[in-house]
Design a protein around this ligand. Structure first.
Ligand code: PLP
Length: 391
């Protein structure tokens, strides 16, 4: 049956990072771009309609977030993630990555240690090192083709390196793990014991496949509100990255006041009108769109897994429990990481993210973004197969 997500929309303009910059990123314009984490699907109609009516009003003056937006966020987080928020606990920020930078700058000092998992979303380590903090990586264990946390090693490093902040990615990018309640509690208890603040980046938290469920870290015990700051956005869920709007949820008043005063120093909390309007429309009117999206993404995932099982049976992969990212092992190609990245672009003619960028433990992996129409997924899979077959 035809789906609205089957439509191919031309994205080949130079503003578009994913489709417009292949020459710069991959050295050629004939790659099929399946890398950076946005989707090749039209944003939901209610969001587009809301933005159109803003334009129809013909006034693009200064704006402030309305109470209705706060309420939309409070309702979404309560209904979807059992999180209790008040207006005072919600801060706006132009992005999750800028929020991470702000929290690092506000709550840690130069040379202090910040822990992340390895591999993990590349900007975590970038924000740590660009802000002259020490990046301590805790390597994830791979068990039955899924990531697991190594709590013993984590605690050892927390103590030895005097870690001050932990940046968690849940669900995990690049492996798609939706961390279990038990794992999250074990992590939070370790951080509590060693007085480590936690950032829980839950930007992919609405993109979860059955039967998994996001356990939002701060909801697992009321004491976690004292040291967990949650980052979220409607931009990943509803494909709105260009509106540059995200939220920081911080229930501890002392932490919230510190962040508000840090934001005040740079006026960072004043966002675009498009961001406020787009976020509110997404959270209030696009629940059904999200249901359809998850159905389509899970079909794509089944297609990909079936293809790998049949056509590339020796290639190990992680079946994601959430996100639209597919992480697979390319060590059978016997190449260096630099060679691998070039090989997929030049021989496979497919633009993927190179695993090594996610940390040393990402070496020999590639990451495929499967938020694309099925026809592109099928084309991408054939190109991946060609890359494996044409050594
Ligand atoms: C885990 C994670 N955090 C943050 C971001 C980006 O967030 P933002 O665009 O709000 O800075 C991404 C985008 O891929 C991501 O995967």
């Amino acid at each position: 049956m035809e789906s609205k997500f089957d439509e191919i929309i031309d994205r080949t303009n130079q503003l578009d990072i994913k489709w417009g910059q292949s020459e710069k990123v991959f050295g050629s314009t004939d790659v099929l771009p399946m890398w950076i984490a946005d989707m090749d699907f039209a944003s939901p109609k209610p969001v587009l309609d809301a933005l159109k009516s803003l334009l129809d009003s013909r006034i693009l003056g200064y704006t402030a977030p309305p109470d209705s937006l706060y309420q939309a966020i409070i309702d979404w987080q309560k209904e979807r993630h059992h999180m209790e928020l008040t207006k005072e606990a919600i801060l706006f920020s132009p992005g999750v990555v800028p929020s991470i930078a702000l929290i690092i700058q506000t709550f840690t000092k130069e040379n202090e240690a910040i822990m992340i998992h390895d591999p993990v979303y590349t900007p975590f380590s970038n924000m740590i090192t660009l802000n002259h903090r020490r990046c301590v990586r805790s390597t994830l264990i791979v068990e039955q083709n899924q990531f697991k946390m190594d709590f013993i090693e984590m605690e050892k490093q927390m103590v030895e390196q005097q870690v001050k902040l932990f940046i968690l990615c849940n669900p995990q990018n690049p492996g798609g793990r939706v961390w279990s309640k038990e794992e999250l509690i074990q992590l939070a208890e370790l951080c509590k014991k060693h007085q480590i603040l936690i950032i829980s980046d839950e930007i992919h938290g609405d993109l979860i496949f059955q039967p998994y469920q996001l356990a939002s870290l701060v909801t697992l015990d009321s004491s976690y509100q004292e040291f967990v700051i949650t980052l979220s956005a409607a931009t990943k869920t509803f494909n709105l990255a260009g509106i540059k709007t995200s939220m920081i949820y911080v229930q501890n008043k002392f932490l919230a006041d510190q962040l508000k005063s840090a934001q005040a120093k740079t006026e960072q909390s004043n966002l675009t009108t498009f961001g406020y309007i787009g976020t509110e429309a997404a959270l209030t009117k696009c629940g059904p769109w999200l249901t359809d999206l998850l159905q389509y993404l899970s079909e794509n995932l089944e297609i990909i897994c079936a293809f790998f099982d049949k056509e590339l049976p020796d290639v190990a992969y992680m079946k994601p429990q959430g996100t639209y990212l597919f992480w697979f092992d390319c060590s059978s190609l016997n190449m260096t990481d630099a060679e691998l990245a070039a090989h997929f672009a030049t021989v496979g003619k497919i633009g993927l993210n190179a695993g090594a960028a996610y940390g040393p433990a990402g070496s020999q992996y590639m990451r495929l973004n499967f938020a694309a129409p099925k026809s592109l997924i099928n084309e991408g899979l054939n190109r991946i197969k060609a890359a494996f077959e044409n050594r």
